[in-house]
Design a protein around this ligand. Structure first.
Ligand SMILES: [Zn+2]
Length: 472
């Protein structure tokens, strides 16, 4: 195909095109041509001047980027936005998230997923990995996937599995209603969901034991076997809090990522959330196998967890994406996630050269797409046409000397002008185009009110929590 002219479905021209391609090309006044769900040409505006498009969008004064990938989410948790302040991770799980997970219904979870997906589209997210673990019957799991797809996003619903309660969960007060299904039931439900939405579906289903630390090793192994057999990726939380590897060592005499490695479970579709507390050998093994790791800087700060070894993991070969991690992020905002990804590394290393805005964009786009296994992630002919278009004409971007800095450090979701998934514009003029945003908001608000009551969380809504203030 002649790259300089032809007929296409969609042409974006005039904006600064940040391709994140192999040469990391940036076109100051660039253009992107799209036919069907793929990019057919990318270059300077004048190079693409010969293209006739069914729809042309003038992106002058904007940045055109590959769509952002959120590699670790729990969308249902947005129904509890703002609650659960000031708790340590495991008590936060056992005393807040799990009672809530027990009270939430399937239709509630779907409403939360739609709310989150709408917010994702507003922040330029085009693909999402939703680690969904409440409730996880087939109808709710598939309903969440359908809700995400309805808004127009692509990605995977990683179906959370708990199986039978383990000793380690019992000892740390984590055993309860959330261990609802036997391991065999978990696997059977997950398999049915994968059959309904197999690899290649816009929103796939993946097996996802909730956390390697408190899910039984047999179920971990079986979940990964199911992923390999059906050709999906798989997902779990791994070494998120300092006590995780300690408890695991106590219980099994081995560190969690070492166990995954010894069992041959790393690489090949493996994606781990957090990975903050890997020792040197685990970093090397996770990297050498090309395992995916989700870096969730806002959640890591909010929960006071620690700092992921970004430099070491990337140097070792891990695919590192960015994630917002549900309720512990409060806002589904990939722009502030990129900024925090840089700032957290810098303050921890006490060193500004540890990372930069360019790397944050790489993590949010091409690395995330690789982690998720989609053919998007950078702007080049043949790639999926997933894009975020960000306005850079505001007072907070001016004067505009560097587009990358403006996107990472100055932009907010309010600046996102268009979100495009597979060539389809799913957000423009500040609204999602495929769904009734207002109806989704109303439904989520109404369900959340009832859910707070049902879960017994009215007391958490106290307007000023003096009980949480540190004593002077
Ligand atoms: Zn999480």
């Amino acid at each position: 195909m002649n790259p300089h002219s032809g007929r296409c479905d969609l042409l974006l021209s005039g904006g600064s095109v940040v391709t994140v391609d192999d040469g990391r090309r940036v076109y100051d006044r660039g253009a992107v041509a799209v036919t069907g769900d793929r990019i057919v040409a990318v270059g300077e505006e004048e190079e693409l001047a010969g293209w006739q498009a069914n729809r042309s969008i003038d992106t002058t004064g904007m940045a055109v980027l590959p769509g952002f990938v959120d590699t670790h989410q729990h969308l249902f948790q947005y129904l509890m936005r703002g609650l659960g302040e000031g708790m340590e991770l495991w008590p936060w799980l056992s005393g807040f998230i799990w009672p809530f997970a027990d009270a939430i219904s399937g239709p509630d979870a779907v409403a939360g997923a739609k709310l989150g997906a709408v917010e994702a589209a507003h922040s330029g997210v085009t693909a999402i990995l939703d680690h969904h673990y409440a409730p996880t019957d087939g109808a709710a799991t598939l309903g969440v996937a359908a809700g995400i797809e309805e808004v127009g996003l692509r990605g995977a619903v990683a179906r959370g599995m708990m199986g039978d309660a383990t000793d380690i969960a019992r000892r740390h007060n984590l055993a309860g209603e959330i261990f609802r299904y036997s391991a065999a039931e978990e696997l059977a439900i997950t398999r049915e969901c994968i059959d309904a939405r197999p690899p290649g579906t816009q929103v796939e289903i993946w097996p996802a034991p909730v956390n390697i630390i408190y899910v039984a090793q047999d179920l971990m192994r079986a979940a990964v076997e199911l992923a390999h057999e059906t050709g999906t990726g798989w997902h779990t939380h791994c070494s998120e809090v300092a006590t995780d590897p300690v408890y695991y060592l106590d219980e099994y005499g081995i560190r969690p990522a070492d166990w995954l490695y010894d069992q041959g479970l790393l690489g090949n579709g493996a994606t781990l959330a957090h990975g903050i507390f890997f020792d040197d050998r685990e970093v090397e093994r996770v990297g050498r196998t090309g395992t995916g790791v989700a870096y969730c800087p806002i959640s890591h700060q909010y929960m006071g967890l620690g700092v992921m070894r970004l430099r070491d993991l990337r140097r070792a070969g891990a695919k590192v994406g960015l994630g917002l991690d549900g309720g512990s992020g409060h806002r589904l905002d990939m722009l502030s996630c990129m900024k925090q990804a840089v700032l957290l590394q810098r303050v921890h290393a006490q060193e500004t050269t540890i990372t930069n805005g360019e790397e944050a964009i790489e993590l949010a786009t091409r690395e995330g797409a690789e982690y998720l296994g989609t053919e998007a992630g950078y702007l080049a002919p043949g790639r999926l046409a997933d894009m975020a278009v960000v306005r850079l004409g505001g007072v907070h971007h001016s004067p505009l000397h560097r587009v990358v800095a403006a996107v990472v450090y100055s932009a907010s979701p309010a600046d996102v002008a268009y979100t495009i998934v597979g060539g389809r514009v799913i957000l423009e003029d500040g609204h999602c185009t495929l769904v009734d945003e207002e109806a989704i908001l109303q439904d989520a608000r109404r369900r959340s009110e009832e859910l707070v009551r049902r879960a017994g969380f009215e007391h958490l809504r106290k307007p000023w929590r003096s009980d949480l203030l540190p004593q002077a």
